[in-house]
Every structure is written in structure tokens, then in C-alpha cells.
Design a protein around this ligand. Structure first.
Ligand code: ZN
Ligand code: ZN
Length: 325
């Protein structure tokens, strides 16, 4: 018997593995349905409709799907109240950021409202705990961030640590020397990623349609500096990476590992699901993998929260082969 947190794109889902009679390692989602609140009758978004349909096709993913439906509803409730930010952007500005590998969005430009931040943080933790995706010790540890007067300062450190990590050294600020989140910070990073998504994805709405985005060639997010944790293959066979923090998409070489820059194709394992809808790129240099939605085969656009849940079995398969997300 072993247990693990399985990286599920924008969110994490607690999984337990068990040995079957045949010795094969199966995945079982933890079920704790008794104390779930009744959701008010809101019209479904396309993502929620897709998740409900996925639950019918793959009932073994029901708990992960229900958790993501609740997370999506929470994020949507908060997001509609967040004003669109404004920041200067033209080809010269993007060119300068490209050269320095520096994310565009400064922390103070994020339209963060402390009351909404506190609310979305607390409710994210509640949802994750209800689905056994957050250990009690982690819950209590993260809760202290909310009790402290310095929640915004904690969030700023979290934001800047990733935003500055990839900046070329001579342009790096104080925050660039902050440590990357360690193994022990994994739960805090997951919760903050989910809680900040409504604010950061609002900022991504500004940059996403802009032509200047094409100037960016790095594997980290041009807006917030986050790592990609999903990708989409466009009908033109381009690969666009999707930021795990703000969900911005940007074009990147289709067969270069975004985590270690390995571009030796003999050291990248790429395979598709039997229906052709999803693809996995696994790097044999850094042992990390990235999942992608194949938009050439599909009738709908990529939906990162949906597709990350639909591909949970791929995460399990990749991890069993020694790769990490
Ligand atoms: Zn981002
Ligand atoms: Zn790699």
C-alpha cells in the first residue's frame, strides 16, 4: 500500500494505490461524500458540462471530477468580481522582457483584493480537504498564513519566486534568489496556485490575444513566469504550452523539453492515448513529463481543468515509469 499526491494539471488529487489480486497497481480515488454541501442551481459552464459528461464515461474519476467542479464554481464566483488589470505592452516592451527572460506582470499589477483572496484561499482549502486532497497538517499550516496579517506578503513571495526564477542573472532582483518551493511546500504551492488562478487568469485575458506574445520563445510563462503544466497541439501542429498558474498559452518548440531544454528527440518519449485525444511528452534527461490535448483530433477547445482530470490515468502511467509532472 502506498499513497501519493498525483499532480493533476492545475490541481492535485489525492490518490491511493492498492495492490490487486493480480498484483497490478490500481488507482482508487478516496471517497468521502457524506458532508458535501448541496450546490446551488447555477447554469453549467462548458467546462462543468464536459466534466459531468466525463464522469459518465469514466466513473472511476468521479471524486476528482466533483472536486474540480467545485473548484471551478468557486473560481468563477470570484473571477466575475475581479476588474481587468492594465499594463503597458508593445513590441519593444515584449522584446526587452524576452531578452531578460522576465515575466511581464509585476506583482502590484495583479488586481488582488485581500478579502476575495482570503475567501478563495479558505474555500479552496475546504474543497481540497473535503476530497482528501489536502492533509490535515498541511491544512493547519496553510491556515496560519490566513491568520497572519501578512497573507499578501506571503503571496507576493510565492509569486515572485517563480516570476524571477528564470530571469537572466544580471537582471535578477532580490526575489530571484528566493528558493524554489521544496517538497515540503508542495501543498502550499498547490493551494496558492488554485487560489490565485482567478486573479492571474484575469491578467492573462489581456495578453492572450496580443500579437506581441509571438515574440516570446522561453518555456516559462511570459506573463507570470510560471511553469507550463499542460499543452495543446493546434490544428497547425504547433505546440502551445499552458501556464500552470495563470493558464496563458504560448507557442513553444513541439519536441523540446520545457523543463530542461533537452531537444534530442531520441531522449524524448512521446505517445498518444488510443483515441488520439491526448499525448504525453516524457523527457529522459530530466525525467519530467508534459501532457497535451491534441486539438487536431477534437471538436472542442482545450479546457485545462477538464483535460488535466481526464488524463489522470496518464499521470499514473507516467509516474509508474519513473517520470514526474
Ligand atoms: Zn502564467
Ligand atoms: Zn527535460
Amino acid at each position: 500500500m502506498c499513497s501519493s499526491l498525483l499532480r493533476a494539471g492545475p490541481a492535485l488529487v489525492a490518490l491511493r494505490e492498492r495492490e490487486t489480486d493480480t498484483g497490478a497497481c490500481m488507482i482508487r480515488f478516496v471517497t468521502d461524500a457524506d458532508d458535501r454541501p448541496v450546490r446551488p442551481g447555477r447554469p453549467d459552464t462548458p467546462e462543468t458540462t464536459e466534466l459531468r459528461s466525463l464522469r459518465e464515461r469514466q466513473p472511476q474519476l468521479a471524486d476528482a471530477i466533483d472536486m474540480h467542479i467545485d473548484l471551478l464554481a468557486l473560481q468563477r464566483r470570484v473571477q466575475v468580481r475581479i476588474p481587468l488589470p492594465s499594463f503597458d505592452l508593445d513590441a519593444a516592451i515584449m522584446g526587452r522582457h524576452q531578452k531578460e527572460a522576465r515575466a511581464l506582470l509585476r506583482f502590484e499589477q495583479i488586481p488582488l483584493e485581500p478579502t476575495d483572496l482570503r475567501l478563495v484561499l479558505r474555500q479552496t482549502m475546504e474543497i481540497m480537504r473535503r476530497f482528501d486532497a489536502l492533509e490535515s497538517a498541511d491544512y493547519e499550516s496553510i491556515e496560519t498564513l490566513d491568520r497572519d496579517a501578512g497573507l499578501v506578503a506571503v503571496v507576493e513571495d510565492w509569486y515572485l519566486a517563480a516570476a524571477e526564477r528564470h530571469v537572466v542573472p544580471e537582471h535578477r532582483s532580490r526575489a530571484g534568489s528566493l528558493d524554489a518551493p521544496g517538497q515540503d511546500d508542495g501543498a502550499r504551492d498547490q493551494v496558492l496556485t488554485l487560489a490565485l488562478r482567478p486573479f492571474l487568469s484575469r491578467c492573462a485575458e489581456i495578453l492572450q490575444p496580443r500579437a506581441e506574445l509571438a515574440i516570446w520563445s522561453h518555456p516559462h510563462c511570459p506573463l507570470c513566469g510560471g511553469e507550463p503544466d499542460f499543452a495543446v497541439i493546434t490544428p497547425a501542429a504547433e505546440r502551445h504550452l499552458i501556464c500552470g498558474r495563470c493558464t496563458l498559452r504560448w507557442k513553444f518548440d513541439p519536441l523540446t523539453c520545457p523543463y530542461c531544454h533537452n531537444d534530442d528527440r531520441s531522449l524524448i518519449s512521446s505517445f498518444a492515448t488510443s483515441d488520439g485525444q491526448y499525448r504525453v511528452y516524457a523527457c529522459n534527461v530530466c525525467k519530467r513529463y508534459l501532457k497535451a490535448y491534441d486539438g487536431r483530433q477534437s471538436t472542442r477547445p482545450v479546457m485545462p481543468m477538464v483535460d488535466s482530470v481526464a488524463t489522470l490515468p496518464l499521470d499514473a502511467a507516467a509516474m509508474q515509469r519513473g517520470y514526474r509532472g
